[in-house]
Design a protein around this ligand. Structure first.
Ligand SMILES: [Zn+2]
Length: 388
């Protein structure tokens, strides 16, 4: 029996050395163990030149309301044909749909070379999601409502997933049911979640909350959460769009937009959205004081996310979708362009000063700064400058 003691002791000592164990060394052992995963593979020069990724660039969040075929020029309306054309344009110009939560959680899964775009739909109107009775007598999605158009587009373009954030209103008091067809509310919510869309908060009764108290705001948000959870417990409202884009005046009320509690329902929003008017910088950029540095884009603040609004009558006015689409054609370097690898944050060296390095590290990702030799074009070789 005695013979076994020495080898066992040696094994124990070896393990202590391996994991850095000492008298109370459990913390140290965790530190060493957490360093074991190999760092992700950096992008190659070929990929950098091919995709020119810029994960510090700007992202458009588009705001839609009504899809009425007879009001082609209304600022709050898009005809079904205009919306089909929007999707064609986004697809052709290298955009790729994400939900708002994907942006603010920095979990966008966008193929290399593509630019994320978030389509948002306010007020849960019937033209966004309408059910009709088909020829065989069964209910089906109206091919001319927004969801029907996106579903068809996805069937025709399987590499364009069904994504979109719906800022829905519940049926509270005198207000109509969500999407205006009471018999189909539950089916519609279930379908949206199943297909990858996001259900988000737009308050309970759509008030202007400019002069609201924190308690009033908490009821507005929490009651909507209760109403939608009663329809489908899988609804997880992480984003809030302010009715009319109106921000409450008092700082306490502004805090209640993000976190609060009412009658046993507590919430924490990941994002608060305004109405218009600029694309927003990437979630891995810092908020700096000099606005010029962002080239006209909105600094990244998840609790003040701006949106762009389709309006064909004001195509040349800053703030509209038409204006910004043209802007990004002329200034492609301002676009967020994915590197295709969720673990790597590839950013041209020119953007280094606005990158939020601490956030990238906290997310467990690797920053890859690069430049093209001999200027900003891809004629020279690409080189990775430093990796943090
Ligand atoms: Zn609204």
């Amino acid at each position: 029996m005695r013979r076994n003691i020495a080898p066992l002791f040696l094994v124990f000592v070896s393990l202590m050395a391996l994991f850095g164990l000492s008298g109370c060394g459990s913390k140290k052992s965790h530190a060493i163990l957490s360093q074991t995963p190999a760092p992700p593979k950096l992008l190659s020069e070929v990929d950098l030149k091919l995709y020119k990724p810029n994960e510090a660039g700007a992202i458009m969040i588009v705001m839609y309301h009504e899809f009425n075929p007879s009001k082609p020029n209304g600022p709050m309306n898009r005809t079904p044909d205009q919306f089909r054309k929007d999707l064609e344009t986004f697809y052709k110009e290298g955009y790729y749909p994400v939900n708002v939560s994907d942006i603010v959680d920095d979990t966008m899964n966008v193929p290399a070379g593509k630019t994320p775009i978030a389509l948002t739909f306010d007020d849960s109107r019937r033209s966004q999601f309408n059910v009709i009775i088909g020829a065989n007598g069964t209910p089906q999605i109206d091919p001319n409502c927004a969801v029907g158009i996106m579903e068809t587009f996805h069937q025709q373009h399987p590499d364009w997933p069904t994504k979109g954030t719906f800022f829905c209103l519940p049926e509270e008091g005198p207000f109509p049911p969500t999407f205006y067809q009471r018999d189909y509310v539950a089916d519609k919510i279930e379908t949206l979640l199943k297909h990858g869309y996001e259900i988000a908060n737009h308050t309970s009764t759509h008030p202007s909350m400019r002069d609201y108290t924190p308690a009033q705001i908490e009821w507005q948000i929490a009651q909507s959460i209760r109403d939608f959870k009663a329809i489908n417990p899988n609804v997880n409202m992480q984003c809030l769009a302010l009715p009319y884009g109106n921000v409450p005046t008092s700082p306490e009320a502004q805090k209640a937009l993000i976190s609060g509690e009412n009658n046993g329902t507590s919430y924490h929003m990941h994002a608060v959205l305004l109405a218009a008017w600029r694309p927003v910088m990437s979630p891995i950029t810092k908020i700096l004081h000099s606005k010029e540095i962002y080239g006209g884009m909105a600094p990244y603040n998840p609790y003040r996310l701006e949106r762009v609004l389709p309006n064909p009558k004001q195509a040349n006015v800053c703030g509209t979708l038409e204006y910004w689409l043209k802007f990004f054609q002329q200034n492609p370097q301002m676009r967020y362009v994915s590197d295709g690898d969720p673990n790597i944050v590839a950013v041209p060296k020119d953007y280094q000063s606005i990158v939020n390095v601490a956030k990238i590290k906290a997310e467990g990702k690797v920053l890859q700064l690069y430049s093209f030799n001999g200027g900003g074009n891809s004629s020279g070789g690409a080189s990775t400058l430093n990796v943090q």
